[in-house]
Design a protein around this ligand. Structure first.
Ligand code: CMP
Length: 139
């Protein structure tokens, strides 16, 4: 089925000016960018967005990293978009990511791993709402 998922191109990637290379990977896999904005997350926004990880030992570092520079947040649309996006991103830890995936090619570390993508339909809906109003999404 056609789905939408939330993608974030992280500060390590905006810093290296490789957002286009990453978007090319999504588009080449058949995903369409139907909403997009470049923003600098506040501490509160990054903390809320990753609230599910609040108890994890890496939470503080994750929030600092995600606020360390601009990010590009996007809604990607396509057939099985959630799974397809996860496939194109590759494993969270770049040392485990399959060849040709975004994280294998571009990620610097498990933290500076270039991209975030929603992991399930419910989280995709929540994460899209977190950043975009309905009229900002143009399919
Ligand atoms: P992301 O998909 O954005 O969701 C949470 C992020 O935490 C994850 O990608 C990683 O970049 C980051 N992270 C940092 N350390 C770890 C870790 N040890 N295990 C899982 N995620 C981590």
């Amino acid at each position: 089925a056609t789905e939408r998922t939330l993608s974030i191109i992280k500060p390590d990637a905006t810093k290296r000016n490789i957002t286009g290379k990453i978007i090319d990977k999504f588009e080449s896999a058949g995903l369409r960018v139907v909403a997009q904005k470049r923003i600098h997350l506040s501490d509160a926004q990054a903390g809320d967005f990753y609230a599910v990880h609040k108890e994890r030992p890496f939470y503080g570092d994750l929030v600092s990293f995600m606020t360390s520079g601009p990010v590009v947040v996007q809604v990607l649309e396509g057939e099985d978009a959630i799974a397809k996006n996860r496939e194109v991103m590759g494993a969270t830890n770049p040392s485990e990511a399959a060849a040709g995936t975004i994280r294998a090619e571009f990620a610097e570390s498990i933290e500076a791993n270039s991209v975030h993508g929603s992991d399930a339909p419910e989280t995709a809906a929540e994460e899209i709402k977190f950043f975009f109003s309905d009229d900002e999404i143009v399919g």
